[in-house]
Ligand binder design. Sequence first.
Ligand code: UDP
Ligand code: MG
Length: 334
Amino acid sequence: MSAPAPAHLGLQPRGRPQLLSVVLPAYNEAANLAWLLPELVKRLSPEADQLELLVVDDGSRDDTVLLMHGLINQGLPLRLLRLSRNFGKESALTAGLDTAEGDVVISMDSDGQHPIDTVLEMLALWREGHHVVYGVQTGRRASQGWARRSYTRIFYWLMQKGSRFEMPADAGDFRLLDRSVVLALRQLPERARYMKGLFAWVGFSARPIAFVPEARAHGETHFRFARLLSLAITGITAFSKVPLRLVSAVGIVVSLLSVFFGLWIVFEKLFLGNSPSGFATLAASITFLAGVQLLCLGIIAEYLGRVFDEVKRRPLYVTQDLTPPLRRKSSAAT
Ligand code: UDP
Ligand code: MG
């Protein structure tokens, strides 16, 4: 499905990767991992000299660990990074990217919603010379309600306003990253991990690739609306100052309106002889302004909260244990 890259992009074609890492953040996904991991080994082994499937156990309460040790004993090229509790997908993914050793790193969900066929297409694009290949879900927008689509649109508008890098809408955490991109990501020190934004921020030549997510085989999604909203707020406060500017703009507009209103009252009194009605106008304007002020304070507080999180400089995740690196097969090339 991928067209050959135009020569003018100056892409350097590459050969087969020596070590291909797949990072799989997992929270209570034992039932899915049980079939996904053997399948990945089967389909991806021919693509690289050595495969490394790195499962980041994000404090699962099912038997993910038991399953993993079973599969490792069977000789599958797996590594298990156990976090000390549930830190959330963004932190688990960061932990995985900090640990993966591959020349190419693929991040995908462990519930099997990200098709392996797309991974193979991503690898083909990497060999053409792209540094990043990101999956774009198709058929998602149509299936969402009107309200959800509008929030999404406002969100991307806020995120993109005035920024120098492009954050593709509908792209997710399903991607391929060249090692150089992974190294760049490791240098980003912020606690607020809005991965989609960070991926875009580091730059490099990126290629979208369309995919249709599979249905979840077991379990259900961990991302409900409230959680998505909180992720969106993290994204906005980490990447955009537009809300802060809006606060100033609202201040200017309200001040101007009140000046005009004041002038109108004087005019009414002097030329039309009407005394303005007192209580209702007062009550309405006081409550309105109190609302506006609280809203603006809330926006500022949201940013202040981020500053608070950043200055604490707590680590993003705590590792409980990590299985040793896989021994690399000595390849003929080296
Ligand atoms: N996940 C995680 N930690 C969490 C929640 C989710 O590592 O706290 C993982 C989960 O196991 C899965 C991926 O993140 O591999 C995506 O989660 P999910 O399928 O629930 O999200 P959706 O596909 O619905 O966006
Ligand atoms: Mg999923």
